[in-house]
Ligand binder design. Structure first.
Ligand SMILES: Nc1ncnc2c1ncn2[C@@H]1O[C@H](COP(=O)(O)OP(=O)(O)OP(=O)(O)O)[C@@H](O)[C@H]1O
Ligand SMILES: [Mg+2]
Length: 232
């Protein structure tokens, strides 16, 4: 099963959700590969993957290395890291035939119970590659008007991918993140997101993720542990 975590709005906890889902599935005994498809490389940093010396998803999607050469085994789960090089890929392959299928093609050569793809805050070619390769999409959103209002545009993109690139794709659900139950606005937005979910025929998870300082603190601790931070 290949799951893409996507919302073109920035900062809605796509990467945090990707890391937590991959780690949770691994804890359950599943064989898990995470793919960092965001040039920001936050998921790679989250697990302390080496995205400086070793090849990344950029070289993989350029067909310069095999998938076995880019997979790194961390103490949490396997990961294909990324770095800022990936930001240039779209321009480099824009006129290539089958540019939407690159990730799907390379994933045919691995065997995992779950592959979790973290995407950038954009609906460009990288995200289209993730949608083309996956079975299901999870949409994290904060209970804020801007991240929720982008969901219809995201839905249109998924519909187009379904039509042209991946007949199999479906939305697994919408996950409300960074939720503050004491905020009236968050409660109102939760109801609006429920209506939005009905409109696009996507379920809202009953479980929502509370806003908590612990998340940012633990990500900071993890980042500080990695060698790259000592170089700052
Ligand atoms: N439940 C939470 N409570 C509080 N802060 C959170 C929570 N989940 C994530 N964060 C914080 O919110 C910020 C954005 O999270 P994250 O990087 O996962 O979002 P993203 O959607 O991947 O962002 P981008 O669009 O830039 O890739 C981070 O600083 C993270 O620590
Ligand atoms: Mg991210």
């Amino acid at each position: 099963m290949i799951i893409t975590i996507s919302n073109q709005k920035g900062g809605v906890a796509k990467t945090t959700t990707s890391a937590a889902l991959a780690a949770g599935l691994k804890l359950k005994g599943c064989n898990v590969l995470a793919i960092d498809l965001d040039p920001q490389g936050n998921l790679s940093d989250n697990v302390g993957a080496d995205n400086r010396e070793k090849p990344t998803v950029y070289e993989l999607l350029k067909n310069q290395v095999s998938i076995q050469e880019v997979i790194q085994h961390t103490n949490q789960f396997d990961i294909i890291p990324s770095n800022i090089m990936l930001a240039g890929l779209e321009k480099e392959i824009i006129s290539d035939l089958g540019k939407e299928q690159r990730l799907k093609e390379v994933l045919a050569n691995v065997n995992y119970d779950y592959i979790i793809i973290d995407t950038p805050p954009a609906l460009g070619l990288l995200t289209i590659n993730a949608f083309t390769a996956c079975d299901e999409v999870i949409i994290p959103t904060t209970a804020g008007i801007f991240s929720a209002s982008g969901i219809t545009q995201l839905y249109d993109t998924i519909r187009n991918v379904k039509k042209y690139c991946n007949d199999n794709i479906k939305i697994n659900g919408i996950l409300i993140t960074k939720f503050n139950p004491r905020s009236n606005n968050n409660q109102d937005m939760k109801n609006l997101i429920k209506k939005l979910g009905e409109y696009i025929n996507a379920p809202i998870y009953k479980t929502f993720i509370r806003n908590s300082v612990v998340i940012e603190e633990s990500q900071t601790r993890m980042y500080l542990k990695t060698a790259k931070c000592t170089k700052i």
